[in-house]
Unconditional design. Structure first.
Length: 80
């Protein structure tokens, strides 16, 4: 039997809505604060990656909020 390889967004959609919100906040914090601190080591490549990480943090934060909305709708519709 083949192993299922679900996408992270599909897994978050089937999880409770609050899991996606927590995951989104963690991803945002890592990309906006932790990754730039780790990558700024004085090299040009590290500086570029740090700046890119800071710019992409809001995008990934919003992308991981979409499954929260879908999960909330799924829960609401299953309660009808």
């Amino acid at each position: 039997m083949p192993k299922r390889n679900d996408h992270i967004l599909v897994l978050l959609t089937t999880a409770p809505w609050w899991v996606s919100i927590i995951f989104s906040a963690v991803v945002y914090a890592i990309l906006a604060f932790l990754a730039p601190a780790w990558l700024e080591n004085g090299s040009a490549i590290g500086e570029g990656l740090a700046q890119t990480s800071e710019k992409l943090a809001p995008f990934f934060g919003v992308v991981f909020l979409v499954p929260a909305v879908l999960s909330l709708i799924r829960d609401w519709l299953s309660g009808l």
